[in-house]
Ligand binder design. Structure first.
Ligand SMILES: NC(=O)C1=CN([C@@H]2O[C@H](COP(=O)(O)OP(=O)(O)OC[C@H]3O[C@@H](n4cnc5c(N)ncnc54)[C@H](OP(=O)(O)O)[C@@H]3O)[C@@H](O)[C@H]2O)C=CC1
Ligand SMILES: O=C(OP(=O)(O)O)[C@H](O)COP(=O)(O)O
Length: 342
């Protein structure tokens, strides 16, 4: 079996999760992760998780003074890798691309980068086969990934005429202390549309979609209210069955007490999920309302983890390790413990 050597550039919210996911894949090996600051996360990466840590050349001394073992420079990490997953802060990936190109290495970028950083914007359920053999792939952002999982599932089953969605965005990730709002609801942006619908179209260009977004004071998850017109009439039962059968989508019942993102996160904790991650898209079953060819539903997106499976699939797409979406989904979802029921 081919085993691909993967480096993670940027060991933060997304990078640390993708790193761990890589270690669970039978066809991938994690060769190292990178950071620029010698903080607790660098200690966890090296001493607890046993990862090779690479840092900028001019920071090696600083890390060593802090007692953190360094395996080499970020350039050296890139040289050793077959592929780099770039999970540096938004915009940095485009700067790093020059280095990846110079070293002749393919790379995966995140949704904080502009679409033109890569050959293709990617979401497994929508365009896995189109990404096969590409050198630079951008995994779209968490909200866009959540939207696309549901929309590509419906499009395949019924066809889609148009989509309108309101995105209620979390203000910050749980570890972030300098972001807000703390006590306000902020249109994001006030001038419509929000970037999410535009971003969906980087993956499904012919979809008629418009989104608006507001930011609210929570760190737990994003929530979307989605309205869509199908290409044909359907029954509620049909729509529920299609969502139930789709990979990476879970239907939950508010009647069981899962009434909020706080309940979802509490359930993830009770289930002993690592970091209380929920990489599945969560749809409230009761919210699914079908009236002929019009449909409405409410869904929740765990921003810290939803893009992790897609990053793993993107690595397989670059090296054609799985020819079909269903083949990579099977391995990724089993190794990461994704469920169809919570
Ligand atoms: N957080 C989220 O909810 C989601 C984020 N994304 C996207 O993923 C990307 C990463 O975001 P996120 O994980 O949240 O960001 P974080 O800030 O949590 O992590 C970024 C990491 O990159 C490291 N880093 C910073 N500068 C450099 C550099 N020059 N070279 C190497 N490493 C560097 C930082 O480590 P150090 O401080 O040591 O430098 C940090 O660990 C962005 O494009 C974002 O838009 C996508 C979906 C969801
Ligand atoms: O990709 C995300 O959001 P997005 O889908 O709204 O762009 C992540 O939640 C990161 O967004 P941030 O820019 O608020 O950190």
């Amino acid at each position: 079996m081919t085993v691909v050597n993967v480096a993670i550039n940027g060991f933060g919210t997304i990078g640390k999760r993708v790193a761990e996911a890589v270690t669970r894949q039978p066809d991938m090996r994690l060769i190292g992760v990178s950071k620029t600051r010698p903080d607790y996360s660098a200690v966890v990466a090296t001493r607890i998780l046993g990862y090779n840590l690479y840092v900028p050349a001019d920071k090696i001394e600083e890390f060593e003074k802090a007692g953190i073992k360094v395996a080499g420079t970020i350039e050296e990490m890139i040289e050793k890798a077959d592929v780099i997953v770039d999970a540096t802060p938004g915009g940095k990936g485009a700067e790093y691309k020059k280095l990846y190109v110079e070293k002749g290495k393919p790379a995966i970028f995140q949704g904080g980068e502009k679409a033109d950083v890569a050959d293709i914007s990617f979401s497994t359920l929508c365009n896995y086969e189109e990404a096969l053999g590409k050198r630079y792939i951008r995994v779209v952002s968490c909200n866009t990934t959540g939207l696309l999982r549901a929309l590509c599932t419906l499009r395949k089953a019924f066809g889609l005429k148009w989509v309108r969605a309101t995105i209620v965005r979390r203000a910050a990730d749980p570890k972030e202390v300098k972001r807000g709002p703390v006590n306000a609801i902020v249109p994001d942006p006030a001038k419509l549309p929000s970037h999410h619908g535009v971003d969906v179209k980087t993956v499904v260009p012919d979809l008629d979609i418009m989104t608006a977004a507001v930011v609210v004071p929570t760190t737990l998850m994003h929530v979307h209210v989605v309205y869509a017109k199908l290409a044909r009439s359907a029954t509620r039962e049909e729509v529920i069955r299609v969502f139930e059968e789709a990979p990476r989508i879970i239907l939950v019942d508010a009647s069981l007490g899962l009434k909020s993102t706080a309940d979802l996160v509490e359930l993830a904790r009770d289930l002993g999920r690592r970091r209380y991650d929920i990489p599945e898209l969560v749809i409230w079953r009761e919210s699914i309302t079908v009236n002929g060819d019009e449909i409405v539903w409410i869904q929740a997106v765990h921003q810290e983890s939803i893009v992790v499976p897609e990053n793993i699939d993107a690595i397989r797409a670059i090296f054609k390790l799985a020819k079909k979406a269903e083949d990579t989904i099977r391995v990724t979802d089993e190794t990461l413990g994704l469920k169809k029921f919570l």
